[in-house]
Write a protein that binds this ligand. Structure first.
Ligand code: GLN
Length: 253
């Protein structure tokens, strides 16, 4: 159910990161190797967010399968960047198929993706949504569980929470309100990547001055490490930490 990745490091082309690897996001759009808990392909849209030097991120999103976009390969071959968050989508049954439902969701320097499902949506999220400003609710990107989860994360960020606090706090709140939810969240500001592992796979690979966090390895490099369930990953180009999330979703470190 959806596959996402985030990269920080020396500039690379979007093509070399997403389209060229043997099991990269392009391949994962039609033949993922590790789809847990439903879904077979990720054909309901895709999105790429990247950081032009010194600027807030820009996005390229479409409601069509990644493999069917004939414009992207040329663009991706010449667009180089040192920070990326990208995703391919397998829509949860009943949720709209629209470009605005494809991650990354964005505001300012933040890019966000949710891989998973909120159980009992929309009713289980009503008590949490009540604490959001009315403006956020009437300008929600799209009526999906992931868009509400993004609004909850963003609300914490706007209130001054650090990236790890915003992700861990939101996972805790949603896990309590909607038990059994799959909550692999991925958030970056272009310098730090934070990822939760709750119900879906996640792997991480360090390179020279780089880090790649992905739902599944994009190649057979032995450097990939699988992150166990119930963890929070905090990564920068200098290294990464894997912390345990408590059963209530709080970051225990
Ligand atoms: N529930 C989200 C959506 O429909 C994410 C789906 C997924 O991870 N497969 O957009």
């Amino acid at each position: 159910m959806c596959r996402h990745l985030a990269y920080l490091g020396p500039p690379v082309t979007l093509g070399s990161l997403l389209l060229d690897p043997p099991y990269g996001l392009l391949r994962q759009s039609w033949a993922p190797r590790d789809m847990r808990g439903g879904g077979t392909i990720n054909a309901d849209g895709f999105g790429i967010g990247w950081y032009p030097a010194g600027a807030d991120p820009v996005r390229y999103r479409r409601a069509q399968p990644l493999w069917s976009d004939t414009t992207l390969p040329e663009l991706a071959a010449v667009t180089a960047t040192g920070a990326v968050l990208a995703a391919v989508r397998s829509a949860t049954v009943g949720m709209p198929l629209h470009e605005t439902a494809a991650a990354p969701f964005a505001e300012g320097s933040w890019l966000f993706s949710h891989n998973g499902v909120v159980r009992g949506w929309p009713d289980t999220l009503v008590p949490l949504a009540r604490d959001l400003p009315v403006r956020d609710l009437i300008t929600l990107d799209v009526p999906t569980d992931s868009a509400v989860v993004w609004a909850l994360v963003r609300h914490r960020l706007r209130s001054g929470a650090a990236l790890d606090e915003a992700v861990a706090g939101t996972v805790a709140a949603v896990a309590e309100a909607a038990p059994g939810s799959r909550l692999n969240l991925l958030l970056t500001d272009g310098s730090t990547v934070v990822a939760s592992v709750v119900g879906h796979a996640l792997s991480i690979r360090r390179g020279p001055g780089s880090v790649l966090v992905a739902s599944e390895p994009s190649d057979d490099d032995p450097g990939w490490q699988a992150v166990p369930d119930g963890r929070l990953v905090v990564a920068t180009t200098a290294g990464f930490e894997v912390r345990e999330l408590t059963t209530d979703g709080r970051d225990r470190s």
